[in-house]
Design a binder for this molecule. Structure first.
Ligand code: BTN
Length: 259
């Protein structure tokens, strides 16, 4: 554990740096299930995450020492489980603030939480909430960002990118982590005190393919539509020739833009 100098009041103040771990999310949840109290805002990061977990049971690969792989603990007891998508919006908008400073308008959130630069994946977010009755007791927010990695194996080669590839310059990992922590705290405090409309607006404005015609697939069927909003529980809203349709995560696959 290390007391930190981030200019925040709680996010990243308790920073645990590990040289190697399977998954920072699993490690954080493990500490919590052994009933060791962790303060809200605790960050656990690893130089080498060798068993990183992604959404939908995927694996998250990151070359040791070159990328950011970390988890942040929040305790959002002021929202209900029905409102948990608001946490996705907090994290995405925070990442967009930091990334747009570094690489400009090409940075986008691909619903619900993939981080994209143009048509390539720059990062991902895995949020794991622990519910207790009508409350969210804890939210473990895992973030993986491709920072200084210059090549990606196999399939990823054609789909992934990193900040150094985009900007042509190496990025200092500690400074990037600091900036993301500052932005997460700001967006989270805004969620706690402010109107949700402004968070929604911030999230939607940087959404990949928002307002553009594109092709999607649902149960083998190709759908043409335009993302026109996000429902209260986080479903994707597509306006199609058959009207407005809503999709849960995993119900729909993004294909490509329609030229
Ligand atoms: C995805 O795009 O599928 C989400 C990837 C999330 C990866 C991060 S890296 C830090 C944290 N620990 C994990 O095991 N996963 C998340």
């Amino acid at each position: 554990m290390q007391n930190n100098t981030f200019p925040t009041s709680f996010v990243g103040q308790n920073l645990i740096k590990l040289s190697a771990v399977d998954s920072t999310n699993s490690f954080m949840k493990g500490i919590m299930s052994n009933s060791e109290p962790l303060p809200e805002g605790t960050v656990i990061m690893a130089d080498n995450q060798y068993g990183g977990r992604g959404q939908a049971g995927n694996t998250w690969y990151a070359e040791p020492g070159k990328n950011l792989t970390f988890s942040v603990l929040l305790r959002p007891d002021f929202i209900t489980p029905d409102q948990q998508f608001r946490l996705n919006m907090v994290v995405s908008t925070a990442l967009m603030h930091t990334l747009r400073e570094l690489c400009g308008e090409g940075a986008k959130t691909k619903w619900p939480n993939d981080i994209y630069f143009n048509d390539r994946k720059l990062g991902g977010v895995l949020i794991e909430n622990t519910l207790s009755g009508s409350q969210i007791k804890a939210s473990v927010i895992g973030i993986g960002l491709n920072v200084n990695q210059l090549s990606f194996d196999g399939d990823l080669g054609a789909r992934a990118t990193s900040l150094q590839i985009i900007t042509g310059k190496p990025i200092e990992l500690d400074l990037l982590l600091r900036s993301v922590c500052v932005q997460i705290e700001l967006a989270y405090l805004k969620l706690r005190t402010g109107p949700v409309d402004s968070l929604y607006h911030d999230y939607v404005k940087d959404l990949y393919l928002y307002g553009e015609n594109a092709l999607y697939r649902q149960n083998g069927e190709i759908i043409e539509g335009m993302i026109t909003g996000i429902a209260e529980r986080g479903q994707l809203e597509l306006t199609t020739s058959a009207g407005l349709k809503r999709f849960d995560f995993k119900e729909i696959e993004f294909l490509h833009k329609k030229n």
